[in-house]
Design a protein around this ligand. Structure first.
Ligand code: ADP
Length: 461
């Protein structure tokens, strides 16, 4: 079986969030199961050492000669005018104004390559940036099956109707039954409507997106496809995220005592004083991730007795509020507004608890990585967080973290206060819980088998 895995970001080449982890890792595990997997990615700035494969002509507003380049199992779509930029989707000013053109070109170029190549059995597209591909492939006379995975329904690729002609589709496709969404073009809808199988990244999120509360206006469309809609939980790459071998942390460890050495080093490096429990946050700074309640609860979290270390970048308004708040707490808060992989590893290793109060969370990787590093997650019970974190019960030591249901400051503080009490009153139990967390297995092996089974179900005559 041969699979084309198409995404707009993948480690180690380009990353803004979890999609990159998935697109860089799942193909490796599919390969272990005997599936030949090639990953298709735009050729962004900084991607070098590739070899030229062929040129492809793509027509959007004008004709583009797009280069296909290759390195290992990656195929890169080279169009410097669109992809040789500092950002993946935009700059500090916001999204690039030509994202519709950029990702239409990407989808057309990949579709053309796959059509000419004729050797792929499955094309697996991810999120709105590659969502037009299942539709484009329908027009081609090749017998390929398509899978479309939703990593985050909150981002749909919405563009003004005036841009519709550049997609090169008949006007019949600009209707509410097709790509139109309240007068706009909706890329993600193409993936949902025209792929053979739709998946999302946890079983719970697969159910949630069929409800008006979390369906982002597409719940009806998703319900129509419910027979072909599956939830498969993401794994994490335990080669990258392993405190026993991680070259980016201060001290390698496999127990709580080793973790404490990382905690001390992290606290020292960030000038954090006293022995308060350290609460880590690593996240895109976006509404989805719960920053409004983090900001409203900021003083209370510190009053309760936590120290905070935050790493993230994103929306300006939240960054500003966080900076103002953090400036009041010298020695107790470390705010790091940037993308910094090394610091991320160190925070996972050195924090006592990890906070993810997401409004919604398709899967979430932060809580899974935290578990591996023995950092106890405090999360909102939604999406993949609800599928992977279970309330700790001190009576029988079941569970692996602390949860809250309602999206509110009060409920989040209640969960945090349970974590605080454990730290303060029952250090031996916290040690045991931390070491138990290290032992959970959310590796890709099991999930890769599920994707394989889905692919096979599509190839049976
Ligand atoms: P999402 O994909 O919605 O952003 P996930 O929890 O699925 O959220 O994945 C986020 C990934 O990005 C994790 O690997 C996390 O450690 C990483 N990450 C997020 N923000 C930063 C940052 N500022 N610096 C380094 N890594 C980050």
């Amino acid at each position: 079986m041969k699979v084309a895995f198409v995404a707009s970001e993948a480690v180690p080449y380009a990353k803004t969030g979890g999609l990159a982890d998935v697109a860089g890792t799942l193909p490796l595990y599919l390969k272990k199961l005997g599936i030949e997997t090639k990953i298709f990615l735009p050729k962004y700035k900084g991607i070098s050492g590739t070899t030229f494969v062929k040129d492809i002509e793509v027509d959007i507003t004008k004709k583009y000669h797009v280069g296909i380049h290759k390195k290992d199992d990656f195929y890169f779509i080279d169009c410097p005018e669109f992809f040789l930029r500092d950002g993946i989707y935009g700059s500090e000013k916001g999204d690039y104004p030509d994202n519709c053109e950029r990702f239409t070109l990407f989808c057309k170029a990949v579709s053309r390559y796959i059509t000419e190549d004729e050797s792929f059995d499955i094309v697996h597209c991810n999120d709105w940036q590659s969502a037009l591909i299942p539709l484009y492939l329908k027009f081609e006379k090749i017998s390929v099956k398509t899978v479309f995975t939703i990593h985050n329904l909150g981002y749909q690729g919405l563009f003004p109707a005036e841009k519709f002609p550049l997609l090169g589709l008949a006007r019949d496709y600009f209707t509410p039954e097709s790509l139109e969404f309240y007068g706009k073009i909706n890329f993600l809808k193409a993936g949902v409507l025209y792929s053979d199988i739709v998946t999302t990244v946890s079983e719970n999120y697969a159910k949630e997106i069929q409800t008006p509360e979390l369906g982002f206006g597409l719940d009806g469309v998703l319900r129509k496809r419910k027979e072909s809609l599956f939830g498969i939980i993401n794994g994490i790459d335990y080669k990258t995220w392993n405190p026993e071998t991680d070259p980016l942390i201060y001290h390698l460890y496999n127990d709580y005592d080793g973790k404490q050495k990382n905690r001390s080093a992290l606290i020292k490096e960030h000038d954090l004083k006293n022995s308060a429990p350290l609460l880590g946050i690593i996240s895109r700074i976006a509404e989805q991730k719960g920053f409004d309640i983090i900001i409203d609860a900021f003083d209370s979290i510190l009053d309760m007795g936590f120290n905070l270390i935050i790493l993230g970048s994103g929306e300006e308004k939240y960054q500003k509020s966080l900076s103002t708040l953090a400036s009041r707490y010298a020695g107790r808060v470390s705010l790091n507004i940037r993308f910094d992989n090394r610091l991320a590893h160190r925070i996972y290793a050195g924090s006592d608890f990890f906070l993810m109060p997401s409004r919604y969370e398709p899967c979430g990787l932060g809580q899974l990585i935290s578990l591996r590093y023995g950092t106890v997650p405090v999360v909102r019970k939604t999406g993949g967080l609800a599928d992977t974190i279970e309330e700790f019960d001190r009576r029988n030591n079941s569970g692996n973290g602390f949860l809250f249901e309602g999206y509110s400051v009060e409920e989040m503080l209640q969960a945090l206060s349970k974590a605080y009490t454990l730290y303060d009153k029952e250090p031996r139990l916290l040690k045991a819980l931390s070491e138990k967390c290290m032992g959970y297995d959310f590796s890709w092996e099991k999930s890769a088998v599920k994707y394989k089974e889905l692919y096979e179900s599509q190839l049976r005559p």
